[in-house]
Write a protein that binds this ligand. Structure first.
Ligand code: ADP
Length: 260
């Protein structure tokens, strides 16, 4: 494929995915160029613009205006660092250089910690139902936080302001699993797109994804992390009604997977 570096990654959706390793590699390279040129450049331009404005003495900015510019630069920096973290995580997963620092944790506590540190909530109404009893799993808490943060950020990004986002943590005793789900009231995901969501750089080709920052690595990374813990990441979605992303983890610390 000829790489067009000005093309946003959202537009690089593969209509027909080539299967040969050579074509796959070329596609990954083209996607990376699109990511670097668009998704990294946009926040950089914002930071540069904010700093230039702050450095102009002739503008005599009020302290409120200065604060707004600083906040804008700060948000763009967060966006940049998330992008870099995602690229790094994906490359570690690819190279097999991804180590879980597992310990026995109560899933309720991990979820509680993420909810209390949420950076992005917008106007959404966040509702959480945790389990009444501790749900002990053998897991890397930082990696689980990464998964949950990604699912929550997506729920906020892809659903309208004011709508509810619900987090639920519960046990499926029969299957000896813990389940964490994030439900939103967004526009939903068509079933043909659901089949590709956990693929690197895949973004749904609709106006909303194109206008929303992101590079299509979050769900790929999340699926790999959950899989490495012996669990499964699933999506259920209906167009016009919303989406639920949920992941399972084996319950208990005795027969849980060992570090890999
Ligand atoms: P990113 O959010 O950076 O695009 P992800 O891998 O997290 O990457 O998500 C891939 C794509 O899946 C998104 O671009 C979006 O099109 C779709 N998606 C993910 N979560 C949701 C959701 N909760 N509602 C609707 N679409 C979603």
């Amino acid at each position: 494929m000829s790489a067009d570096p000005t093309r946003p990654v959202a537009e690089t959706r593969r209509e027909k995915r080539e299967t040969s390793p050579q074509r796959e590699l070329e596609q990954i390279k083209a996607d990376l160029i699109a990511v670097v040129s668009h998704e990294l450049r946009t926040p950089l331009t914002l930071i540069r613009g904010s700093l230039d404005t702050l450095l102009r003495p002739d503008l005599a900015l009020t302290s409120d205006q200065q604060e707004r510019l600083l906040r804008r630069a700060r948000e763009a920096t967060d966006r940049l660092s998330l992008l870099i973290d995602e690229l790094l995580s994906a490359s570690q997963i690819e190279s097999g250089d991804y180590v879980l620092q597992s310990q026995v944790v109560d899933l309720n506590e991990v979820v509680r910690g993420v909810l209390s540190n949420l950076a992005q909530l917008g106007d959404h109404r966040l509702q959480a139902t945790l389990s009444d009893t501790p749900l002990l799993v053998r897991a890397d808490p930082l990696k689980l936080e990464q998964v949950l943060n990604n699912l929550l950020n997506n729920a906020f990004k892809f659903s309208p302001p004011g709508s509810a986002v619900t987090v639920c943590v519960k046990a499926d005793a029969a299957r000896r699993e813990a389940l964490v789900s994030v439900t939103d009231q967004g526009r939903g995901i068509a079933s043909e797109d659901q089949a590709h969501l956990f693929t690197k750089f895949y973004r749904v080709d609709n106006g909303l994804s194109r206008r929303t920052p992101g590079i299509g690595l979050g769900l790929y990374i999340s699926e790999r992390i959950v899989h490495a813990h012996g669990g499964q990441l699933r999506v259920q979605s209906e167009m016009g009604k919303g989406s639920t992303f949920s992941f399972s983890l084996p319950l208990g610390d005795d027969d849980a997977p060992t570090d890999d």
